[in-house]
Design a protein around this ligand. Structure first.
Ligand SMILES: Cc1cc2nc3c(=O)[nH]c(=O)nc-3n(C[C@H](O)[C@H](O)[C@H](O)COP(=O)(O)OP(=O)(O)OC[C@H]3O[C@@H](n4cnc5c(N)ncnc54)[C@H](O)[C@@H]3O)c2cc1C
Ligand SMILES: *[C@@H]1O[C@H](CO)[C@@H](O)[C@H](O)[C@H]1NC(C)=O
Ligand SMILES: *[C@@H]1O[C@H](CO)[C@@H](O)[C@H](O)[C@H]1NC(C)=O
Ligand SMILES: *[C@@H]1O[C@H](CO)[C@@H](O)[C@H](O)[C@H]1NC(C)=O
Ligand SMILES: *[C@@H]1O[C@H](CO)[C@@H](O)[C@H](O)[C@H]1NC(C)=O
Ligand SMILES: *[C@@H]1O[C@H](CO)[C@@H](O)[C@H](O)[C@H]1NC(C)=O
Ligand SMILES: *[C@@H]1O[C@H](CO)[C@@H](O)[C@H](O)[C@H]1NC(C)=O
Ligand SMILES: *[C@@H]1O[C@H](CO)[C@@H](O)[C@H](O)[C@H]1NC(C)=O
Ligand SMILES: *[C@@H]1O[C@H](CO)[C@@H](O)[C@H](O)[C@H]1NC(C)=O
Ligand SMILES: *[C@@H]1O[C@H](CO)[C@@H](O)[C@H](O)[C@H]1NC(C)=O
Ligand SMILES: *[C@@H]1O[C@H](CO)[C@@H](O)[C@H](O)[C@H]1NC(C)=O
Ligand SMILES: *[C@@H]1O[C@H](CO)[C@@H](O)[C@H](O)[C@H]1NC(C)=O
Ligand SMILES: *[C@@H]1O[C@H](CO)[C@@H](O)[C@H](O)[C@H]1NC(C)=O
Length: 591
């Protein structure tokens, strides 16, 4: 139960909503499609939206973007950053997937949200903007044998996508970010918090009291990610900035860009030989229709959607596909394999304060007032995401865990774990005030897969991130929980923490707590990974993002990342898409 339930507030506040006009680029029906397009792009998340924008910058290219969901343009819940936790799971904006039973999490079946509609998962995520470490991105160059995927070459693409903006409360942010590492004229809004919270000074003071363990960092997006600092979030002047920022009314007004909504792609088909430029989809009459791109078909359906489409099309492990009854057209055994994801668990403390979000959730007139403040002035606590600070930290270098299992991180300057410091719970509770710290293992060694068990392209895929399957991963989480207690035990929190509600201290109690409570952090990647040119034993696409062994088919989304950065993943997908746009434009000798 939650008093901020949107259906209570909508009638009250709907009249104040400002809605952007949607241009005629959005087709009313598949009957309005042009006879042909140079590029057909599937999926309007960070990958597909950014690419549609950049390719249609060239007036001689015609581009069609196909998206399974709707416009998502009428929702306060999407636009208000602080309401992000209400967007999933099992809502109108979610594909409503779940995982297979997770063997190492007491066989629990976990929700596995993926966004549907313009913005894809970036319209439903919790907005944290992190790039990972330089070593994370350099690892991509190593795994692809292509330096253009390394940090030095990718940093300009991170910046190109970004429109850093100053926080709505106009406070001095000199020591809260490093402008040298940010872009100011891209599309996606990135900002540091625009409203202070009562725990901010305790967090900063902890970094001053325990600087060797918890160093303050001005900016965790410089490639040097370690430390505790102010969160950067995908927010533009107090409003969620999803990949729809790349599809603004002026972009949609381009005559060479069409967008077809409510249209689910079932398969890609060969137009001739190994040229896969034909897309099959169910049209608005629920019958199957095909359309062929004159240049290229590009899948941007995300780490779950893209491998599902490929497998249903006969592109994958030929043996498995044959036994399912799908004729294999291209044997690429890595399709859907190597799915890597972060795992996390929250620790919660009862605190000696009333200045937490719990108080807001319990007070209808206060929460209505704050929402009204957001609607009218775009200020107040609703302008920010769930936390004002993050920490990215490592196991100590003399740790026996690292000696026993080896270091799963991309390098010695890459985090093993992350803390998110939340001033209250995001769910209504009848009493008490809380400090909540979601703790993630951001350099997991475990990996799993996404597969299909049906010939019906509309069936749900089997998603198995196989969390904690590699033994080091639970050691990292356990160590991270103990480290978060050291943070909270600093004098900066004295007389503030009343009770640690995580009733676990021994190794076995902590492991039991983790197995009973840990969840996915929803950052799957690598299910259609890049691998070097010429390598056929593993990988799905070459470093130019062309599907190996196919012509006319590329992939541009989170699935091509060859490894998982120690970061929330959307920043990387925007950078991948910006890089992809340059690769594709140069293939046609244009900019
Ligand atoms: C609850 C949650 C919280 C998250 N929090 C953060 C965060 O704080 N910060 C962060 O950086 N990342 C976060 N992420 C992850 C981040 O949002 C994703 O990494 C990112 O959106 C991936 O981009 P993408 O383009 O690869 O795929 P997606 O964003 O998933 O987009 C894929 C699009 O393709 C469409 N599609 C799929 N299949 C088909 C089909 N068959 N036909 C037509 N269209 C199709 C989908 O509807 C969707 O619009 C979070 C994710 C979740 C679920
Ligand atoms: C759907 O059916 C209607 C009525 O039969 C028809 O007019 C329309 O063209 C069809 N649309 C498509 C996309 O096939
Ligand atoms: C949202 O977008 C759809 C599709 O373009 C459009 O039909 C609808 O009118 C829009 N809704 C609002 C409230 O603007
Ligand atoms: C997910 O579930 C919600 C609530 O039942 C529903 O409205 C929505 O359409 C579902 N999503 C999909 C893709 O079916
Ligand atoms: C890596 O790329 C270089 C050219 O840049 C090439 O000479 C070398 O053979 C490649 N190595 C592998 C393992 O593909
Ligand atoms: C912001 O803070 C920095 C460092 O504390 C200071 O040098 C600068 O003058 C301040 N800027 C403004 C506009 O007050
Ligand atoms: C943090 O430290 C400053 C001085 O460095 C002090 O004024 C402030 O009270 C401290 N805050 C808390 C919550 O301890
Ligand atoms: C393909 O899948 C089968 C199981 O269906 C498996 O035994 C085989 O190793 C896979 N092939 C490759 C190359 O991974
Ligand atoms: C998984 O990725 C690694 C590189 O990180 C690669 O060596 C391995 O072959 C991949 N496995 C599959 C099944 O693609
Ligand atoms: C690691 O070093 C710290 C201090 O430098 C020490 O307290 C700790 O016991 C060491 N741990 C191991 C496993 O050697
Ligand atoms: C990481 O390793 C490199 C190379 O060995 C070294 O130069 C660097 O100082 C190390 N960084 C840290 C934080 O230990
Ligand atoms: C596929 O897996 C789903 C989910 O585990 C299950 O409900 C369904 O029965 C399976 N279908 C087949 C054909 O095995
Ligand atoms: C709660 O905080 C107040 C000061 O704000 C302090 O006087 C009181 O002792 C604290 N209570 C506990 C149990 O620490």
């Amino acid at each position: 139960m939650n008093i901020l339930k949107p259906n209570l507030l909508f009638p009250l506040l709907l009249s104040l909503l400002l809605l952007s006009p949607i241009s005629c680029s959005i087709l009313r029906s598949s009957a309005d499609l042009a006879d042909s397009y140079d590029f057909i792009i599937v999926g309007a998340g960070p990958g597909g939206s950014a690419l549609s924008n950049r390719l249609s910058e060239n007036p001689s290219f015609s581009v069609l973007l196909i998206e399974a969901g709707g416009a998502n343009n009428d929702s306060l819940t999407i636009n208000v950053p602080l309401l992000c936790t209400k967007l999933t799971p099992n809502t109108q904006w979610d594909w409503n997937y779940t995982t297979t039973p997770q063997t190492h999490l007491n066989n629990r079946v976990l929700p596995f949200p993926r966004g549907i509609g313009l913005g894809g998962t970036s319209a439903v995520n919790c907005l944290v903007y992190t790039r990972g470490s330089k070593q994370n991105i350099d690892k991509w160059a190593e795994l692809t044998n292509d330096s253009s995927w390394g940090w030095d070459s990718m940093l300009p693409y991170f910046k190109k996508s970004e429109k850093f903006n100053f926080p709505v409360d106009k406070h001095n942010i000199t020591n809260q970010f490093n402008p040298l590492f940010h872009g100011f004229d891209g599309y996606i809004g990135v900002s540091v918090p625009g409203a202070s919270r009562s725990i901010d000074s305790r967090i900063i003071n902890t970094t001053q009291l325990l600087p060797s363990q918890f160093p303050f960092t001005v900016d965790m997006n410089t490639g040097d990610q370690l430390g505790v600092g102010w969160v950067q979030a995908l927010i533009d002047q107090g409003v969620r900035s999803s990949s729809v920022a790349y599809l603004s009314p002026s972009v949609l007004a381009r005559p060479n860009l069409d967008v077809l909504l409510h249209t689910r792609v079932s398969r890609v088909l060969p137009s001739s030989g190994n040229t896969f430029t034909t897309v099959e989809f169910s049209n608005h009459n629920n019958s199957l229709q095909t359309l062929t791109a004159s240049k290229e078909l590009i899948l941007s359906a995300g780490s779950i959607g893209t491998p599902s489409i490929l497998l249903h099309s006969g592109i994958g492990n030929a043996t498995t596909l044959s036994s399912l009854g799908i004729p294999p057209l291209l044997n690429l055994p890595s399709v859907g394999q190597n799915l890597t994801d972060h795992i996390g668990v929250s620790t919660t403390y009862l605190v000696n304060s009333t200045l937490t979000y719990d108080t807001v959730l319990r007070n209808t007139s206060l929460s209505t007032h704050l929402l009204h403040q957001w609607l009218t002035t775009k200020t107040g606590i609703n302008v920010d995401t769930s936390e004002n600070h993050l920490a990215f930290l490592r196991l100590p270098s003399n740790s026996t865990v690292l000696r026993t299992f080896g270091d799963p991180a991309a390098g010695n300057e890459t985090a093993h774990f992350e803390f998110l410091f939340q001033n209250g719970l995001s769910q209504f509770t009848p009493s008490g005030n809380y400090l909540n710290i979601p703790i993630g293992n951001v350099s997991p060694k475990s990996s799993g897969s996404v597969t299909i068990n049906s010939t019906d392209p509309l069936s749900s895929p089997l998603i198995n991130p196989n969390l904690l399957s590699s033994p080091i991963d639970i050691h990292i989480l356990r160590h991270a929980i103990l480290t978060s207690r050291e943070f909270i035990n600093s004098p900066a929190w004295s007389q503030y923490i009343l009770q640690d509600l995580t009733n676990a201290s021994s190794v076995s109690e902590l492991d039991e707590f983790i197995r009973a409570n840990a969840v996915s952090f929803f950052h799957p990647v690598s299910t259609a990974s890049m691998s070097p040119y010429g390598v056929t034993e593993w990988g799905v696409v070459d470093p130019d993002l062309r599907v190996k062994g196919a012509k006319g088919l590329r992939i541009v989304d989170a699935s091509v990342a060859p490894s998982l950065p120690a970061a929330h993943t959307s920043a990387a997908v925007y950078a991948i898409a910006e890089h992809a746009a340059d690769i594709i434009k140069s293939a046609y000798h244009t900019k």
